[in-house]
Design a protein around this ligand. Structure first.
Ligand SMILES: [Mg+2]
Length: 250
């Protein structure tokens, strides 16, 4: 990091520390912020593509079709594993009038792996949440997708005790964020949103005056990638341990 970049970084962090010192509510995204999620979608896509490849279809073309139709169906079905699997199933069924037992069994296995994937926390999550909780920080989980599936993961995570509650919405918008703040009884400037999605976590938060910490992951689902609406208002962290000094700990 050059001297000027370092000075800019220090200035940004001081500004951020100043903004975050009044934070009364820490709002955490769940998938790919607290625990692995996209990893299992990628595995399902790889397995499905391999299945179609075994049936004679071009895996590159199948991959392109999956990603195109995945984006197209979002406005109709919303987020979640079951709508995603429904898209894959449709791609298979459109190619055959009747599925063979091999196709049905393989697809069922791919579905079960995605719907019942292990709940694996991201590095540093457990210790960081424990320290925030012990320090008396008020924390909630704010996630999107199918309510049953998300609540099941929350209950299996082993970290539910650290949060006041987990709320699930079909899609994150500025309106759902405002409703969240209203029900929690905090002003936008008193809240901080922590998440891995520029589209769903960061932009709706800064759009209504909530501080935002972007958790950068190696892979981000294409539908969640977009430019930050106001880059100057977003701080990027590598994981939850980076939040501790911003929360006045360490
Ligand atoms: Mg996420």
């Amino acid at each position: 990091m050059s001297v000027s970049s370092r000075q800019c970084y220090i200035h940004c962090m001081k500004t951020l520390n100043s903004r975050l010192k009044d934070t009364r509510l820490w709002i955490f995204d769940a998938d790919d912020t607290l625990w692995e999620s996209g990893l299992y979608f990628r595995r399902a896509e790889e397995d499905f593509t391999a299945l179609l490849h075994s049936l004679g279809f071009d895996p590159v073309e199948i991959g392109i079709e999956i990603r195109r139709r995945d984006i197209e169906r979002l406005s109709l079905t919303g987020y979640g594993a079951r709508p995603y699997l429904a898209t894959l199933r449709l791609i298979l069924e459109e190619r055959y009038d009747l599925l063979t037992p091999y196709m049905v069994d393989s697809f069922d296995y791919i579905s079960n792996c995605l719907l019942h994937h292990p709940l694996v926390l991201l590095p540093g999550v457990l210790d960081s949440l424990n320290r925030l909780f012990t320090a008396g920080k008020r924390m909630i989980v704010y996630t999107m997708g199918e309510e049953n599936h998300q609540i099941d993961k929350f209950n299996r995570s082993g970290i539910s005790e650290y949060f006041e509650y987990c709320t699930v919405v079909p899609m994150k918008t500025e309106n759902t964020m405002k409703e969240l703040l209203s029900s929690a009884g905090v002003a936008p400037s008193e809240a901080c949103m922590i998440g891995n999605s520029p589209r769903s976590d960061i932009n709706p938060a800064i759009g209504c005056g909530v501080n935002a910490l972007y958790v950068k992951r190696q892979f981000t689902w294409q539908a969640e990638q977009t430019e930050f609406a106001e880059p100057g208002l977003v701080a990027t962290v590598a994981g939850l341990p980076d939040i501790l000094p911003l929360a006045g700990l360490l």
